[in-house]
Design a protein around this ligand. Structure first.
Ligand SMILES: [Zn+2]
Length: 397
């Protein structure tokens, strides 16, 4: 079922849930799995209610209050949130063999590796993506040697259009876009030219570009003008220089224009230089909220203030975002950005049964930006269970 069919069946889907879940003779139906009694939040159909979610043959089969059915397996979700499987559009899961399995435990049923490798070693990331249990895809770094300590494209000859095109042509099924990392310590004076080349590569295949913004030499206004509909700006909360907001608290007009023409804005939590609470507060106040949360996940995220995607989702509750609004930014919104997720990010009937169960705990929780500043929030999401393609993923540790 494609996105349009989902949408047209939405209204009928909710009204007809009880019919869909009965057996033909009127007895209770049998399902593979029923997730009982959670607070089901599905922003794709504006649903936020206590209900049961039924799964059959790897697909969502019903969402209903007090669903009468017997099931091979029952998951008690009372007191918990039941949401579509989380999608993280900026990770580096392709850098390690165990990344995909680790984030699956965090509730992440879909991910994008955002530029871990360039043309020279793209085969490594592609191999990991092909083996991963979840839906996932790869953005190729325009720097042919991938992420380098001395800066991916400080030597502009590394932004090699021909090499990148060749790598994409050989891996069309896995590579869905081009990543251009543009900070001063990554691309130096070459930021604009590097992005121009990334766009030349992407456009020739009809693919998207994701830029890593923040602390660039060129003004963000100049860089963002090179982005087309469907492209993604990650690290949108990067503090000055060259933030998306100016010193007097006004959004850069070219940023507003980019959103109007369909450019997406992503958080990309990460570890260094990408988010600072005062910049976040100023941007949130203008109403320019992120389209997506992402972790910028690496093998040491557990100890750097990223922790996991549910933790990153929690950080903006302090700045006025509601729980369903936070859920939308890791489910429905990312499913609209990359085609590979177009039938995910929803609990609509017939959708692949990727479901995440979260706990929303009240208390005092400390959240870190990338500058060792902390804020205290009063709610935090914790991963509780992951269902991938209808199968419950065993939790380790
Ligand atoms: Zn990254």
């Amino acid at each position: 079922m494609n996105r349009r069919q989902f949408l047209t069946t939405t209204a009928a889907g909710i009204a007809g849930l009880s019919r869909a879940s009965r057996g033909s003779a009127g007895q209770a139906a049998h399902y593979d799995l029923v997730i009982r009694g959670g607070r089901v939040i599905d922003p794709s159909i504006r649903l936020d209610t206590i209900a049961d979610v039924a799964v059959s043959s790897g697909r969502i089969a019903g969402v209903e209050r007090n669903l009468s059915a017997d099931a091979t397996e029952v998951l008690d979700a009372r007191g918990k949130l039941v949401v579509p499987g989380l999608i993280d559009i900026h990770t580096h899961c392709g850098r390690s063999a165990d990344g995909a399995g680790l984030v699956l435990q965090d509730g992440v049923t879909g991910w994008i590796d955002a530029g871990s490798q360039g043309a020279d070693h793209i085969a490594d990331v592609v191999a990991i993506a092909r083996k991963a249990p979840q839906q996932c895809r790869v953005l190729i770094n325009i720097g042919r040697a991938g992420i380098l300590g001395e800066g991916d494209t400080m030597d502009v000859s590394r932004a090699d259009v021909a090499a990148a095109k060749n790598a994409i042509a050989n891996n069309r099924d896995v590579i869905v876009g081009v990543k251009a990392r543009l900070s001063r310590d990554v691309a130096g004076q070459n930021d604009y030219e590097v992005l121009r080349r990334a766009q030349a590569v992407a456009s020739s295949f009809g693919l998207q570009v994701m830029i890593h913004m923040g602390q660039t030499i060129s003004p963000i206004a100049k860089l963002v003008d090179l982005l087309k509909r469907g492209d993604v700006v990650t690290h949108m909360f990067a503090p000055p220089p060259n933030s998306i907001i100016d010193d007097s608290g006004h959004m850069v007009p070219e940023i507003l224009a980019a959103r109007r023409r369909g450019v997406w804005f992503d958080v990309g939590n990460g570890q260094t230089g990408h988010m600072r609470w005062d910049t976040i507060e100023a941007i949130m106040k203008t109403g320019f909220w992120p389209d997506t949360f992402s972790t910028d996940w690496t093998g040491n995220s557990r100890t750097t203030g990223v922790i996991d995607l549910p933790n990153c989702m929690s950080k903006l509750l302090r700045y006025g975002m509601s729980v369903p609004e936070a859920v939308a930014r890791v489910t429905w919104n990312p499913s609209r950005i990359f085609q590979v997720f177009s039938d995910r990010g929803t609990l609509n009937i017939g959708a692949p049964a990727d479901v995440t169960v979260l706990e929303l705990r009240d208390g005092n929780f400390e959240f870190l930006d990338n500058f060792k500043n902390t804020i205290t929030g009063h709610q935090r999401f914790f991963p509780s269970a992951t269902i991938l393609g209808g199968k419950r993923i065993p939790r380790s540790g």
